[in-house]
Structure formats: C-alpha cells, structure tokens
Design a protein around this ligand. Sequence first.
Ligand code: NAD
Ligand code: 6OD
Length: 487
Amino acid sequence: MSKKAVMHFINGAYTAGTSGKVFQNISPVDGSVICDVHEGLKPEVDAAVTAAQAALNGPWGKMTTDERVAILYKVADGINARFDEFLEAECRDTGKPKSLASHIDIPRGAANFKVFADVIKNTPTEAFTMPTPDGTGALNYAIRAPKGVIAVISPWNLPLLLMTWKVGPALACGNTVVVKPSEETPLTTSLLGEVMNEAGMPPGVYNVVNGFGPESAGAYLTQHPGVDAITFTGETSTGTAIMQAAAVGMRDISMELGGKNPAIVFADCDMDKAIEGVMRSVFVNCGQVCLGTERVYVERPIFDEFVSRLKTGAEGLKLGAPDDGANMGPLISKEHQGKVLGYYALAKKLGANVVTGGGVPDMGDALSGGAWVEPTIWTGLDDDSAIMREEIFGPCCHISPFDDEDEVIRRANDTVYGLASSIWTENLSRAHRVAGQIESGLTWVNSWFLRDLRTPFGGSKQSGIGREGGVHSLEFYTEMRNICVKL
Ligand code: NAD
Ligand code: 6OD
C-alpha cells in the first residue's frame, strides 16, 4: 500500500480540503508512520454537509427504493471484490490479526449494506381505517421518510464494521451521510469512497471528513445545523459531549457507548465451552470490543479450575503482527497502551492477585515501538474497585467467585453500564431466569458475539440510547409520518 496521504471524500471526489493541516497515522504494530491524513475543519464539514443536502434533494432523493437497493448491493459486492485491499488497510490501521479481520471486520462491512438493503426492500407498510361520526370513515396510513443528513461518528476498534453498521441502514432508508471516522483508523472509510463511485452511488450521498473530535471535524460536524441526526459509537464521555451538541436544534441521536460487561459462569456449565467463550470475549481484538468481558463471576465449586484453565489459555495466546498468524495484535495506540498499563499498575497497587500478565511483552526489536500489552487476569479485588467499575478496553479481566444466583445477578448489575453479558450454564431454566434479570441490552447464553443483524442491538444505562439492527434501525433512520384521509 502506498504512503499517499488520506484525503476527505466529498461530493464523490477525494479532496485535500482548504486548511492544509495534516496529521500522522501511526502503526500500532511498530510505531512507524503509515501515512499522513488531511484534517478537516469547519470548511470541509460545511462542504460535506452541503453536498449531502444536495444529494438528498437530487438524484438519491428521487430514486425508488429498488434503485437504491440495487446500488447498495453493488457496494456490498464492491467490498467483497476488493476484499484483500480492505483487509490490508484495516490491519494496517489497527494491527489486528488478518485471520480476525478476514472473518469479522471485512465480511460484516459488506453484509451491512446487503442486509439493510434487504430490510428496507421487505418492510411492509401498514394502514387502517376508522369510523367517523358522519359514517364516511377515514383512512390512516403512515409513511417513513428519510431523516435527512446523518452524521456518523465512528470509533477505531472495528472501523469498517462499525461505520458501515450505521451507513448501511442510513443509506437504505434514503438518507445521505457525512462520516467522521476515528483519527486512528481512516483507511477503510476512505477506501469505501472508491467503492461507492464504482457502484454508481450519486455524488454527495457518502461523504467523509477526517480529523479529531474537539475543535476538529467531529465537533464541527455534530454542531452543524445542516445535520439532521447523529449516530455515534464510542466512549460514554464523548457521547455526552455529542448529546449536548445535538440538543441545539433538537437533533435526534443514536448512542452506542462503553461497557463493563459481566460473564457469569455457573458450576453446571460445559467447562470447555465456557473457557473457549470467555477466552474470546476477553482477549479477541486485544480486548478492544465494546461487548467484551472485563468482569467474570464464577460459581465457587469450579472457581479454581476455571481460573487455572483461563490462565493456561491466556498464556497460550500468540502475540504478533497481522501477518504473523497470531491470535492477538497490539492495542490501537501508544496512548491507549498508557491507559491500559495504568490500570495494570493500579490493580497491583490495590492488591490484586496477578494470575498472569500485567506488563509489556518482549516483542523483539522490530516490534518494540508498538502498543503491546500482555493478556492479563486478576483475582482478589472488591467489586467496588476501579478495576471492577471502569471500562479498561484492553485484554484483561478480573475473576471473582460467587455462591448463589441472586448474589451474582445483583453483582453483575452493580454497574453504571449495561451493554452486554454472557451466561454459561447447561440448566435452561436458570439461563432464562437469570438472562431476564440482567440489566444489559444484549445477553448471550452459552455464547458470545453471536450476531444476527435482524436483532435489536444497543446498550442500557450509560451504555447507550436507542436500538439499531434489522427493522429497529428504521426507528432511527426514518421519520414516521401519519396521513389521515377522510373518506
Ligand atoms: P471515542 O469516544 O474516543 O471516539 C469515537 C469517535 O468520536 C472518534 O471518531 C472521535 O474522533 C470522535 N470524537 C471524540 N470527541 C468528539 C467530540 N467532542 N465531538 C465529536 N466527535 C468526537 O471512542 P474510541 O476510543 O474511538 O472507541 C472506544 C470506545 O467506544 C469504548 O468506550 C467502547 O466501549 C466504545 N464502543 C462502543 C460500541 C457499542 O456498540 N456500544 C462499539 C464499539 C466501541
Ligand atoms: O455486531 C455489531 O453490529 C456491532 N455493532 C458490534 C459492536 C462491537 C463493539 O465493539
């Protein structure tokens, strides 16, 4: 891949913008410079929003659903046709193993266009009549109109997957978008512009402005009066700032935020499956998955065996660069490495028993500039310690014993977050009973991150506002309008 600077994508064309400011995209694998990225400020955001408004009132807004769906299918096909380029770009930006991105990130990037095209194509309309006093009656029907220009603000952990998870339904519903990808991972969002053009997407439907959050593209975009709704994935604190921006002009929001997700492992679980599932939920993507487990509660009779087997699993993980056949890559940046290592140090200071890890692995000279951390497991901390309360977003978990069902439900729910949980038991009644009492938007039983895109996805409490997925996405990406016709 070339070291060409990443530009904005506005009105169907790559542009450097007017500010002339660039920032460096740094590899998390070894600290080398991947490329420069143009930083968008107010003029670039203005141009992108203007293009998005024009497309809404132009060809895109005038197309039939079938015509839009045909283009979205081509976008999905276009991602698949350039699968290796997307894979290379995603792994460069994130450092994640190619085996992971080729199974999850890139296929889901394509599926997000296909699935939501199918949703919009197959959603029926509803109408009903009602009697009126004069006996003639009235016909009521509701139409779904696009919301308008949608700002999509996306994070760095699953860049293509999470950005297209918003752009797919937004476009399927007839909106236009301005995307602000994470400053850490601009490559696949930029590459998608080429695919959009190849698919015949009218200019201005998909726009990208690169940059940071505060006093940069992110803040200018969320404050822009031409933006009709904002869909955001990222930290809860950033979501709070974006909600404040959205309040001006009363714009709608969809918020997918942080978590501190529990796994509950009962003594009657299938131990092999539970170990495999919890291993994945703690360590996949170097622990940088919003749905990932950071609190594990294990019923006391199997506590020692579980800890020992998870330790063996963690110590068996192979760390390495995307092409190394590794199970785990680095964290996203040196800055994030500093944050995670801060928690590793805090755990020790608080008296945690470090079962494994807790430091920086020796990756050899070639990778020494990367953002590497060891897979880490702790035991022995109280539920109210910072390690048990704050989202760390690294490859680490704390394991606590528990003695009964009510106790573990109370402890699992004792958090300001409520994104995801997993329950491991072979007792089906218990599984349903406990699942219904866990305060999280998503609960998996004997599984983790098993996704069906028709299901409602989103967080409770401080993990988010709103649900997206399947027809649920229509609630955010369209406005329902009722029309009453007196007969
Ligand atoms: P982040 O909040 O730091 O950044 C997300 C995006 O917001 C980036 O594009 C960033 O530039 C932008 N941004 C930052 N400040 C902004 C501002 N004031 N105005 C507008 N935009 C702004 O999050 P991150 O570090 O990229 O991602 C990790 C976080 O995302 C974790 O907390 C994780 O749990 C969460 N996450 C949640 C979900 C979910 O579905 N609930 C999914 C993935 C990640
Ligand atoms: O699978 C999805 O649709 C989704 N939004 C996953 C989020 C993962 C968080 O890191």
